[in-house]
Design a protein around this ligand. Structure first.
Ligand code: FPP
Length: 238
């Protein structure tokens, strides 16, 4: 199960890169609080970091990167904060729509439940997927209204509907939203937990944590994580 990305331009001389990188964008609220700003300001700053980091993943030739943007549990947050996040997703997609070069050569795919998301946002999500489907750079999975357990349940239900009575690991892997297993998960902000992110795909993931809050996360932090990943001795249980 090689993690090396064939598309890797290797311009930073990495001997190995994760084929699938997962990023939990955490710490926006604390970043805003430290500055006496509303939480929405933290999310806005975090959205800009998402733009920078997804571009860098593409520049490096990482094949798949999944960003955890909104979990199935995040609906419990105050309406004002949920609305602010939905507006940030809209802004990003409107910006990408008006200038497709903003998405670079990345392909955008949304993962998660569609139920609960406004039709306006769903239409923009569909358009972005359609517009970028021929892009050959990084596949950027944006997890919105996503939960790892919900993803597994939905995969099993798909298989039941298809008439399966016996289910293998491969059946489940092939019915999930994202394609390959996840090689590395980055979580900033000092929290060291998975929070229902890519549960199945993370079975053999490496983890990289940092105290930096997501809005302060820099390209250099991404490189620190990738350098550390290079040194990990992955045995996949063997
Ligand atoms: C967790 O930090 C972060 C979120 C629930 C939202 C993440 C979303 C973004 C960064 C915006 C992404 C934008 C686009 C366009 C994809 P938190 O708010 O729980 O932080 P805290 O733990 O410090 O309170």
């Amino acid at each position: 199960m090689a993690a090396f990305s064939k598309k890797n331009k290797n311009d930073n001389n990495y001997t190995i890169l994760p084929k699938h990188l997962g990023i939990i964008m955490d710490g926006n609220g604390r970043w805003a609080k430290k500055r006496a700003l509303p939480r929405s300001a933290g999310h806005k700053a975090g959205a800009n970091v998402f733009r920078t980091i997804s571009k860098e993943c593409e520049r490096l030739g990482i094949e798949y990167v999944t960003f955890y943007a909104f979990s199935t549990e995040n609906w419990k947050r105050p309406k004002e904060e949920v609305d602010a996040l939905m507006n940030l997703f809209m802004d990003y997609l409107l910006e990408a729509k008006s200038d497709m070069t903003k998405a670079g050569n990345s392909r955008i795919i949304f993962i998660g439940e569609r139920e609960g998301i406004s039709q306006e946002l769903l239409d923009l999500m569909d358009e972005a997927e359609e517009e970028t489907k021929s892009h050959t750079g990084t596949t950027v999975y944006l997890a919105i209204n996503y939960g790892g357990r919900q993803e597994i349940v939905s995969a099993v239900n798909k298989l039941i509907k298809s008439g399966k009575t016996q289910i293998s690991e491969d059946d489940i892997s092939n019915s999930l939203y994202t394609v390959p297993d996840c090689d590395l998960i980055i979580r900033p902000s000092g929290e060291e937990r998975l929070s229902n992110f890519l549960l199945w795909q993370a079975a053999y993931s490496e983890f990289w944590y940092s105290n930096v809050l997501w809005p302060d996360f820099k390209v250099d932090d991404l490189h620190s994580a990738l350098r550390e990943f290079e040194k990990r001795n992955r045995r996949f249980g063997g």
